[in-house]
Design a protein around this ligand. Structure first.
Ligand code: MN
Ligand code: MN
Length: 456
């Protein structure tokens, strides 16, 4: 089977490299779900999208978006057919594994001030130590104002770090199993070491100095951390990987890589017959629960609002719209890694450079937890891919009973619509830096566009 690189023409290869450059810029500015929402809204506005306003009728050709708590987003292109006939939906998640600050994070220990943390999503804690970390997030104050925080991305800004034990004294540590080498509760980030200047003897002078800096530079008090969402993420930018520049290494490919390509596909979609949607959701890495996760009624409510703005609303129309919809659950899959071949079954693994990867099912222990796309739907998908000359592969997340994982696919499938997982293969998924092939990014983008246009 020829790779994407061999199949594309010169014009497409140029477009592929341009898309990769645009994606890297997006990724650098979208390191949290809130930042991803803000960046996505900016791109949508540029493409002529407007925020939905209740009370105004909608018509075909309208480009609209709904924001949910600044943490998730749903965008729509209204088609010529009534919404009751169903939508073509692309759904990705914009949260990524990271290290969150606890609600009471600051403490001093032997002359050092630290932030205590609680990790978010499935991580190998040992991967997050001894590396530059940036602090991103929001502090919501009692007076209703929010302080947006980004520390550690510009070269002249300070960074934070979670220390690791020196190898010289690591005899006991190195004998531990991987999950115990660094334990979750021990992920404490070093934040300051200079004491507060004072004539009298100060208790916890380093913590006091840190609080003094937070007050002066950010107008944040210690109590304000209670109502904050502060995330430690790898500092620095996404970079080209490989001497041939064929890959990108960056923080948070899972799943901003599918979010960005899905969003671009929607923003560039032409006139729609069936309506189009793109859902960018939060909380996937911790089970999709809550108001900003895919389990929330948010998306369904958006469709109800749109039906109400298109025609006379009734519940049956909403039910029809949902069950007549088709969706690609745009989420990353595991790329074959020559360093760890044993975890895959070669015929059903995803490979760099072979295009978008579909997973008919995910789950673990006998497909448990997976929605398993109907074969009839898979046949339609294959046809669209072939008709549009898009490189695609069908894969599974590893050998049977090796592990597994899930996506948002089953949540929308439970609303009785056809859903299949479709995304970009990545190496070192959930590590601070993940790797993907530019060829697959481009093919996913083309696949998402083809799906919107051709799915009936
Ligand atoms: Mn994912
Ligand atoms: Mn994930």
């Amino acid at each position: 089977m020829k790779t994407v690189w061999e199949k594309l023409n010169e014009k497409q290869l140029t477009e592929l490299m341009e898309l990769s450059e645009d994606y890297k810029k997006f990724l650098d500015k979208a390191k949290t779900e809130r930042e991803a929402v803000a960046q996505s809204i900016a791109l949508a506005k540029n493409a002529g999208f407007k925020e939905f306003k209740a009370g105004k009728k909608i018509k075909s050709g309208d480009k609209l978006y709904f924001i949910n708590r600044d943490k998730s987003l749903a965008l729509f292109v209204i088609g010529t057919e009534p919404l009751e006939k169903g939508l073509n939906i692309l759904g990705a998640h914009i949260d990524s594994p990271r290290i969150d600050l606890k609600q009471n994070p600051i403490y001093e220990d032997n002359g050092l001030a630290l932030f205590d943390t609680h990790y978010y999503g499935g991580i190998k804690p040992y991967q997050w130590v001894a590396r530059p970390l940036a602090l991103h997030g929001v502090v919501c104050k009692k007076d209703g104002t929010n302080v947006i925080v980004t520390i550690g991305e510009k070269e002249d800004e300070p960074i934070l770090e979670i220390s690791d034990l020196l190898i010289h004294l690591a005899k006991d540590q190195m004998a531990k199993t991987g999950s115990k080498v660094v334990e979750g509760e021990d992920l404490n980030a070093l934040a300051a070491s200079m004491p507060f200047k004072s004539k009298k003897e100060e208790k916890e002078a380093v913590k006091k100095n840190l609080l003094d800096i937070l007050k002066k530079e950010y107008d944040i008090e210690e109590d304000d951390f209670i109502s904050a969402e502060l995330e430690l993420v790898p500092a620095g930018k996404a970079r080209d990987l490989g001497l041939d520049r064929s890959m990108i290494m960056g923080y948070g490919h899972d799943d901003r890589i599918c979010a960005y390509t899905s969003l671009r596909a929607l923003l560039e979609a032409g006139k729609a017959q069936r309506s189009y949607a793109c859902i960018l959701t939060d909380k996937e890495e911790i089970g999709s629960m809550g108001s900003s996760g895919a389990e929330s009624d948010f998306f369904e409510n958006c469709i109800a609002e749109l039906i109400n703005a298109q025609t006379e609303y009734n519940d049956l129309k909403l039910r029809h719209a949902l069950e007549n919809s088709r969706m690609l659950s745009s989420d990353v899959s595991a790329a074959f890694d020559p360093n760890y071949p044993a975890v895959n079954e070669a015929k059903n693994a995803a490979y760099f450079g072979k295009g978008i990867s579909f997973n008919k099912y995910t789950g673990s222990r006998g497909k448990a937890g997976s929605s398993d796309a109907p074969a009839e739907y898979v046949a339609k998908i294959r046809k669209i891919m072939d008709d549009n000359k898009i490189s695609f592969q069908f894969s599974e997340l590893g050998r049977v009973d090796q592990g597994g994982g899930g996506t948002i696919a089953y949540i929308l499938a439970n609303k009785n619509m056809d859903v299949i997982d479709a995304g970009i293969p990545v190496q070192n998924m959930h590590a601070p830096y993940e790797t993907a092939s530019k060829a697959d990014i481009y093919e996913a983008y083309r696949a998402y566009k083809a799906f919107l246009k051709d799915m009936k």
